[in-house]
Design a binder for this molecule. Structure first.
Ligand code: PLP
Length: 396
């Protein structure tokens, strides 16, 4: 047999293990230091009570012969697909039920979708970027091109006359930069994709954080986007499902190329290679969209938003440039005094006992930047922001 040689072309992912090693070494040398972690993008608040109640109820159903469920529909139960359909309808977006596919999270779908595309397609991803887009494509042997996201373009790259690709990844609000496209900007991407027979894979995992009018929560806010865009979304960040695992992908029936329907291909792919998300988890996800579920979830999102505002206020006071934090749980700051990302990481750990994520770990354009997350405990975030501000003041 021969192995997939492209796995040897995937860059080793050292980012989070390097961070963990550095923090462990620092703690070993300074056991008294109270290190606060604003690094990893995982949530910290528990599942909402209506979700827990729905999960319990579903567990009981599974223990009763009359209500037990075995294999479910691969594309998800209608009760959850309808709830997702209503969630979009509430924002004026019309989705057909057959366009909605429930999954075990955005990460799996982002990789699995590539089964539908020829290996010779050229892929365009932003730099810096959520590393999964790149690795999925390199593993499959595809050529990846990068578009620079910089302070000059507000970390929101736009297509121009030289932009040439078959598959484009857009992530908005963005991980790691926190930047969020406006609907008008996405309209330009949709127009570009139509003109180039390209597809947009739109990662909306952080849509729930968008509050500013004019910033898009879904690419389908753009007229005609259903002709060219697949949208991948998740319950991870909206409802704390990072460990529970549930997401969904919208594959519009309009997307047709080479006489083939992307929606039909995805259905075929899923029914062949996927056996659905657990019934219990889907009932929990359904509860997210109930009135009580949404109320509690909004409360949790406000908690994280407030953390972001606390970090942003500290940077404002320190006179440090940043973006994100408004429509996103990520604050993307420029490292002070011209420091490189990893130098600032060491400096911040040493001087404030605060851990963040070096921007260079997300791509070359991230060099000189640093990501802080708002997903932590409110008290600790306040303390970290205070220490950050004090430490930054010493550089003046
Ligand atoms: N997309 C982005 C941009 C993310 O940052 C993450 C997780 O951090 C994911 C997708 C993965 O989401 P899920 O937990 O649904 O797999």
């Amino acid at each position: 047999m021969h192995l997939n040689k492209h796995f040897s072309e995937v860059a080793e992912s050292y980012l989070f293990s390097d961070i963990a090693h550095k923090v462990a070494a620092y703690q070993a040398a300074h056991p008294e230091a109270d290190v606060i972690r604003l690094g990893i993008g995982d949530v910290t608040l528990p599942l909402a009570k209506p979700v827990i109640a729905a999960l319990h109820k579903a567990v009981d159903e599974m223990g009763d012969k009359a209500t037990f469920r075995g294999y479910g529909p691969e594309q998800g139960y209608d009760f959850l697909r309808q709830a997702i359909q209503n969630y979009y309808a509430g924002r004026g977006i019309d989705l057909k039920l057959e366009e909605i596919f429930v999954s075990d999270g955005a990460k799996s779908d982002l990789g699995n979708l590539l089964d539908l595309f020829d290996v010779n397609n050229t892929v365009l991803v932003p730099d810096p970027v959520y590393p999964v887009y790149v690795d999925d494509n390199v593993m499959a042997g595809r050529t990846v091109k990068y578009m620079a996201a910089t302070a000059e373009n507000d970390f929101l790259p736009m297509p121009d006359e030289n932009t040439d690709a078959d598959i484009v990844y857009l992530c908005s609000p963005n991980n790691p930069t926190g930047a969020a496209y406006t609907t008008a900007q996405l309209a330009q991407w949709v127009q570009w994709a139509k003109a180039h027979n390209a597809v947009i894979l739109y990662d909306a995992a952080y849509e729930c954080f968008v509050t500013e009018p004019g910033r898009a929560r879904s690419i389908y806010e753009v007229e005609g986007a259903k002709d060219v865009a697949v949208e991948v979304c998740s319950f991870s960040k909206i409802a704390g499902f990072t460990g529970t695992r549930c997401g969904y992908t919208i594959v519009p029936t309009n997307i047709v190329s080479d006489g083939m329907s992307l929606n039909k291909m995805w259905l075929r792919r899923q029914t062949t290679k996927f056996n659905g998300v657990p019934y219990i988890v889907q009932r929990g996800a359904e509860a997210v969209f109930t009135e009580e579920g949404m109320k509690e979830i909004q409360h949790n999102l406000d908690y994280y938003r407030n953390n972001a505002a606390v970090i942003a206020a500290a940077l404002d006071e320190a006179g440090v440039w940043y973006c994100g934090g408004k429509n996103s749980p990520y604050v993307w700051m420029r490292c002070p005094a011209g420091m490189k990302s990893w130098d600032f990481f060491d400096w911040l750990l040493e001087n404030a006992h605060v851990v963040g994520t070096p921007g260079s770990g997300f791509g070359p354009c991230g060099e000189g930047y640093f990501r802080l997350t708002a997903f932590g405990d409110a008290g600790k975030t306040k303390e970290a922001a205070e220490r950050l501000k004090k430490a930054l003041a010493t550089l003046k």
